[in-house]
Design a protein around this ligand. Sequence first.
Ligand SMILES: O=C(O)[C@H](CS(=O)(=O)O)OP(=O)(O)O
Ligand SMILES: [Mg+2]
Length: 246
Amino acid sequence: MDSRVVGIPGVDGTERVAVVIDVMRAFTTAAWAFHRGADRIVLAADGKEALELKADHPGWLALKDGAPAPGFDLVNSPGALRESDLTGRTVIQTTTAGTVGALAVAGADLALCAGFAVAGATARALADHGADAVTFVATGEDGRAEEDLACAAYLDRLLAEGRVDPAPYLRRARTSRAADDLRGGRRGGAHPDDVELCLEVDRFDFAMALGAMDGLTVLRPLPRAGATGRAAGAGATGTVAADPAP
Ligand SMILES: O=C(O)[C@H](CS(=O)(=O)O)OP(=O)(O)O
Ligand SMILES: [Mg+2]
């Protein structure tokens, strides 16, 4: 499969198949949200839009990166989210890099959001789709974030070889600036377990795909090809909402 890696500024609208990567932490957090039962994640462009969506849909939960903020229910931290019961809930997510990258490629034929936690399922989804070319969007640091580049390189090898030792890729991610900042508590809403949770390879057996709902961009677990009704391995509580309620 042909592949290229770009940062968010390199997204030009020609991407037909895209994998948006945010290891630390947006899409590791998103995967945990589905595992904890969330039906869908609505992506918001910024905090203002997230709070407007929540005002329009009082049952929805708003999640933002940074420190806990007024009006928001959740932070962008897998460690913090791990204990939340999100069964049947809609989560609105907005973050500095990950959700911005996802919104940039929302028009692609297939847009997946990924980190190490869903790497294997993401590679399978690309193969199931029959993609012959993919654009990896490394969302952090304008395409220079080592943890996102490491995950892109790992996915690229997985697609080519089917089975790859993740250790060197994880080492690269573990020594990234984002990992260092998170370990040092220098990023808002950091939980002590965040780095290691973001480096769990194949913690979940579902890919996450972007779709549209009432003009909004929505992330959901992707059913495996041939599966019916449930996202493959979406955790004990994760389900695919076929017809989302308002
Ligand atoms: O929450 C995160 O890890 C980052 C924000 S910051 O760089 O730590 O301030 O957002 P993300 O979009 O998940 O990279
Ligand atoms: Mg990031």
